[in-house]
Design a protein around this ligand. Structure first.
Ligand code: AHM
Ligand code: MG
Length: 347
């Protein structure tokens, strides 16, 4: 019989990887894991209780908030507040940073950026949704944390992860030493290590993009989509198109099977739709740690300096060879100076 390793056990075991660690990051990850279980419980009840539908409020981007978005936001912030290791939470659902100023948090070193419930258009229709989080170490040494503590480059992340509430619930995270995935065993209420050392295949046959917006895409992206659809026995084309509208689900699938996820600029979203700080950066960190690549078409995602909290970015991420091929089309169309060979940094 194989011994089960829980998320809590795994986190403590890995603490030894960080000689300077005093357990704060481990406790922070534990707090996130606890909130994820509570959110999971409510997500699974959706439809049974009066929790579906609009909360009647708008978030900072003017998008309607669903009740579960609000609930998830409150749960994560509350877990981080009572955990004592986090001094600022930057959330998709809050216009401004939430500063945690309790007695137990007065020496807290960590900043958490979070999209508490991503893929909100899928909540009402039983399609997988997710939570995305990113953790930074505070740079300023005293007083109230500064906005520059929050607006660090993605490559400064000390940890990042996502939770997928799908056919099963999984938590996948990295601390910069590879990627590990844990599946929630509802019978014991624990995330258990199920996907150790996740690696994205170098090649893939899945492309994930909202093709309904095709007419608005940059030429290089249009050309790449046509390439994916062409018949070519040697490269296994045409590729398969898979897109749920939940970034976490689409990227999780591509991480396991090999593939590319694209959300380019378009006329509807001239700067891209997805948010750099709490959607693109954590996903880029995880994918790079799994051996993949993430770019906005010009820059490595993790090298972009954010200038505001809710900043949007185009994003292309996934299997190395697929992103490299896309880059060829972007370059040929004159869009980019991106050099994929400069950013491939598989651990
Ligand atoms: P959300 O944070 O409001 O849920 O939006 C983010 C989601 C991503 O999960 C997904 O990839 C994308 O929006 C889908 O957008 P679109 O419907 O334009 O394809
Ligand atoms: Mg989101």
């Amino acid at each position: 019989m194989t011994a089960v390793k829980t998320l809590g056990q795994f986190i403590i075991e890995k603490q030894a990887d960080f000689p300077y660690a005093k357990g704060e990051l481990s406790r922070l990850l534990r707090d996130i894991g606890i909130a994820a279980k509570i959110v999971n419980r409510e997500v699974n009840k959706a439809g049974l209780v009066d929790i579906l539908g609009d909360a009647g409020t708008m978030n900072v981007q003017g998008e309607g908030q669903k009740k579960l978005d609000v609930y998830a936001n409150e749960q994560f912030i509350s877990a981080l507040r009572s955990g004592g290791e986090c001094c600022v939470v930057a959330s998709e659902e809050n216009d401004e940073c939430v500063y945690i100023e309790s007695e137990i948090s007065k020496n807290a070193k960590y900043i958490v950026a979070i999209d508490p419930l991503d893929g909100s258009s899928n909540i009402d229709v039983n399609v997988a949704i997710g939570t995305i989080f990113s953790i930074y170490r505070r740079q300023s040494s005293e007083g109230k944390p500064r906005i520059s503590d929050v607006l660090q480059k993605g490559r400064e992340q000390v940890a990042a992860g996502y939770v997928i509430y799908g056919s099963s619930t999984m938590l996948v995270y990295t601390t910069g030493k590879g990627v590990n995935g844990f599946t929630l065993d509802p019978s014991i209420g624990e995330f258990c290590l199920s996907h150790p050392n996740m690696r994205i295949p170098k090649d893939g046959k899945i492309y994930s993009i909202n093709e309904g917006n095709y007419v608005h895409f940059p030429q290089g992206v249009k050309d790449y989509i046509k390439y994916c659809q062409e018949e070519n026995a040697d490269s296994g084309r045409p590729y398969t198109s898979r897109y749920t509208g939940s970034m976490v689900a689409d990227i999780h699938r591509n991480l396991i099977k090999g593939g590319i996820f694209l959300y380019p600029v378009s006329s509807a979203y001239p700067k891209g739709k997805l948010r750099l700080v709490y959607e693109c950066n954590p996903m880029a960190f995880i994918l790079e740690q799994a051996g993949g690549v993430a770019t906005d078409g010009v820059n490595r995602i993790l090298d972009i300096v954010p200038d505001h909290l809710h900043q949007r970015s185009a994003i292309f991420l996934g299997s190395q060879n697929m992103v490299a091929k896309l880059s060829e089309f972007l370059t040929a169309s004159g869009l980019t100076s991106y050099r994929i060979d400069k950013v491939i940094s598989a651990p």
